[in-house]
Design a protein around this ligand. Structure first.
Ligand code: 13P
Ligand code: SF4
Length: 370
């Protein structure tokens, strides 16, 4: 699949990233702190909750996708270094002013789920669905984990963007406005949100990429209220019902909390479900002495365990669920990007083309207005 990365590399980029790869952690820490200090007042470092501790300690703000995009929108800093993945940096570029520059320390930090839906396939599916159901009866909703051109597509077609914390609200809005919702790219977030709004399972269908009518027939498409793209997060797929059964058996009274990218069976067996920010806030607010098993990325869980020593916190799966693309943002790349900024070179800038930006912003504003 072709992924378009917008890169602006200043001709005078003095420091190649290779120079940083073998530096010691202590040296990197000192150099990052020094560069950050000399960019004081001009720089904002945003860190997603899945980032490793060695990055989070330098973040001005940490948060989930929604909170970080709001922080970017509010910021008046010239440089925004996004320690997260590609779609997050794109979203930050969409909501910031033209004179602000958004950078991603490693351009290979993508999101495999976001890559499962591309504009060509989504447009083709849209045509097939609307030929049957009528364009006026369908509204597209894209999870923020998607490329900017898909966000722009939703803006043009009267749809919206959602995050894991706003998905239920957006699906409810879309169902109220229209008869059907076409939701991409995450099948599981789409299903979990639709069920929360009261849509029965037999009115939810899956659109399987590269199959005729997404593997459905006309009657199925006509009956469906919600049509889900078949994308998924490989990290959250590793949480299974048997893990919940294991913890419930051994630790009676345990609280199970998971991210809505988990499959339906897992969400159904859990006590609570919500965004990364929701998970953190819920566990932090819980009484001392309580026991938790958490179904989301391991860096978040390990950090929460350290920060909340008065609670017993388990990681829900037997397999280490690490988001390997988030992990690509390391101190080496952060130091490289900051020292280049200090000497006037902007590297790894993320630039969303103007036309895409305009329409994506409309879809994003629909979400924020709700
Ligand atoms: P949040 O918006 O909940 O942080 O989720 C982002 C994400 O990519 C989860 O896998
Ligand atoms: Fe994408 Fe999954 Fe990583 Fe989140 S955890 S950024 S959905 S691959």
């Amino acid at each position: 699949m072709f992924i378009y990365y917008n890169v602006y590399m200043s001709a005078g980029s003095a420091y190649p990233v290779e120079d940083y790869l073998n530096l010691s952690v202590t040296e990197l820490d000192e150099r990052i702190a020094k560069a950050r200090k000399s960019l004081d007042g001009r720089l904002l470092i945003l860190g997603h909750h899945y980032q490793q501790d060695d990055i989070i300690k330098f973040a001005d703000f940490r948060g989930d996708s929604l909170k970080l995009s709001q922080q970017a929108a509010k910021s008046t800093r010239e440089f925004i270094v996004f320690c997260g993945v590609h779609f997050m940096a794109e979203t930050a570029d969409i909501v910031t002013a033209d004179w602000q520059k958004v950078m991603l320390p490693d351009l290979t930090a993508g999101c495999s789920m976001a890559d499962m839906a591309d504009l060509y396939r989504v447009q083709k599916a849209w045509k097939e669905i609307t030929n049957i159901a009528g364009e006026e009866n369908v509204v597209p909703v894209t999870y923020i984990n998607s490329s900017a051109d898909l966000k722009a597509f939703c803006g043009k077609k009267g749809g919206a963007i959602c995050t894991s914390s706003s998905a239920e609200k957006i699906v409810r809005w879309a169902l109220g406005e229209h008869k059907k919702v076409f939701f991409f790219p995450d099948e599981h977030l789409g299903r979990n949100s639709a069920i929360k709004t009261g849509i029965p399972e037999d009115e939810i269908i899956v659109w399987r990429r590269d199959t005729h009518l997404g593997g459905n027939d006309e009657a199925g498409i006509n009956k469906a209220r919600v049509i889900l793209w078949d994308g998924f997060c490989s990290v959250h797929m590793l949480f299974l019902p048997k893990h919940i059964e294991y913890f419930r058996e051994r630790y009676p009274g345990i609280n199970i909390i998971v991210h809505p990218e988990c499959r339906r069976e897992v969400v159904e067996l859990s006590d609570l479900c919500g965004s990364t920010e929701y998970i953190i806030n819920t566990v932090k607010a819980a009484p001392s002495g309580t026991t938790w098993a958490i179904g989301t990325e391991i860096n978040l869980v390990n950090r929460l365990r350290k920060e909340q020593p008065d609670k017993t916190i388990f990681f829900l799966s037997t397999t280490v669920c690490l988001c390997s693309t988030m992990y690509r943002i390391d101190p080496q790349h952060l130091c490289w990007i900051l020292e280049n900024l200090v000497q006037g070179s902007v590297v790894n800038q993320i630039i969303v083309p103007e036309e895409e930006k305009k329409w994506a912003k409309i879809a994003l504003e629909r979400m924020l207005a709700l």
